[in-house]
Write a protein that binds this ligand. Sequence first.
Ligand SMILES: [Zn+2]
Length: 250
Amino acid sequence: MTPFTVRLRFHGDLPFFVRSKREVVERSLKERTSVKDTIEACGVPHTEVDLILANHQPVNLSHVITSKTEIEVFPVTGNAITSFQHNRLQLAHIRTFVADGHLGKLVRDLRLLGIDVLYDRTAEDRQLVETAAGQNRALLTRDRHLLMHSAVRHGYYLRSQNPLRQTVEVLRRFDLAPALAPFSRCLKCNAPLEPAEKQEIIGQLEPLTKIYYHQFRRCPDCGQVYWSGSHFAKLEARIAAIHDGLQEEA
Ligand SMILES: [Zn+2]
């Protein structure tokens, strides 16, 4: 096959992923190549791509390039383009997640807000990919190569290393504000909490808690008991900080 040139233009914040950080990349191909592989060879995971135009026509990720082509690649958020709504590659409204092992603080924030996030500090890459694919969860990670697995349908690469900023990023990317239910989920194991009668859990309480608190929730999976004690004010302050982050301009 005669080598041919593919010219890719990355829109929005996608040049962040490109090795040269440039908006336009030219590649010489010697064989038929899928558009997914061509884009990912530039460093951009397919989970960050919402729309691809090949010579001005929308295509999906498995589209095969066989000759000189101009490719336009658009991100999920901060997208100026409003046409081709039926050719979008990502779902905006995913409500369940799996996070990779380095994101404990982000996971705690999201669970505090009631978001369903599976997390195992010791999970290996293969398990993360299987959980994301098998349960249709979006994979949250700072490992872009993990997001390039074709089994991963949905995912998000966290731009920030700061847990609070990361939480705001996830809420924005997946439009989670309408789905928030603070204090409804176990911070340790992700299970939805249930109301508990004081009599049932009184054996687990410290003497002063027994006296001063009357409303309790319990995790049906791990047994952890929650009440609005001194730690509650810290958690409320955390939620307020996340809310402030959401109000700021992106
Ligand atoms: Zn629990």
